[in-house]
Design a protein around this ligand. Sequence first.
Ligand SMILES: Nc1ncnc2c1ncn2[C@@H]1O[C@H](COP(=O)(O)OP(=O)(O)OP(=O)(O)O)[C@@H](O)[C@H]1O
Length: 264
Amino acid sequence: MSKETVQPFVELKQVNKYFDTEGKRNLVLGNISFSVKKGEFVSLLGESGCGKSTVLNLIGGFEKPTAGQVFLDGKPVQEPGRHCVMLFQDYGLLPWRSVLKNVELGLEPISLSPDDRRERAMDYLRLVGLEENISQFPYELSGGMKQRVAIARALAMRPELILMDEPFAALDTFNRYYLQDELRRLQEQEGTTIILVTHDIDEAVYLSDRVLIMKTHPGRINKRLHIELSKPRDRSHGDFQYYRRIIFEAFQFTQPRQQPDFQI
Ligand SMILES: Nc1ncnc2c1ncn2[C@@H]1O[C@H](COP(=O)(O)OP(=O)(O)OP(=O)(O)O)[C@@H](O)[C@H]1O
């Protein structure tokens, strides 16, 4: 089968979403259509309020479209399921459970023996470099370590799809870069499909195969951009800057080029 004929793994077809607020109908998403292939890394980038989280919630089955359809692996999404996990900025760890027990938590609904559950949790904690920290509690960890635990927990469930809502927004630049690298490496290794919501243009260019740029009122896709750079990417390379510039232009953040006052 050619690349173009592969069935989409995630598909939104002419999705509209209204929310009722204070007796007023508010069109939040207006006619959104896009698809994501298995193993692809796609980012949704856009200003606050353009509906990025709503798109994730529709794909995850936490919200229903007012019109249009959402498909996962060819089937309409009706409700949240185990094939898909969400990862948030605030890590979602249980403070009274150790690192190991937090990762095991995601595996409790799966029928595994206690030994197998522990072994699988340990495998993923090793992958994110936390094998020495398994007995610690969330309050003893840095923000970056907490997000590593959350990533290990998500990956240990071996989901087909991970939906990420600004997972690194609360971290400092260095931790963000380390975790972006780790995520890229793990995603390549596991072949997981990832849809990432972000405000961070560099993060989108660094990680994504495709970036969908959204506009607001109503939320819609304004531009679709293939990032045709091999991974791992070099943030300082000219090609990386080329894609950043395209995105800056889409948000009209760039200054018009000045005409020189004089000619040489
Ligand atoms: N459950 C809800 N009920 C009513 N309005 C909602 C609900 N969820 C979201 N909205 C509204 O929908 C719009 C889009 O919200 P959404 O959170 O999807 O945007 P976003 O692009 O993810 O924003 P941000 O980047 O700030 O998180 C906003 O105007 C928000 O107030």
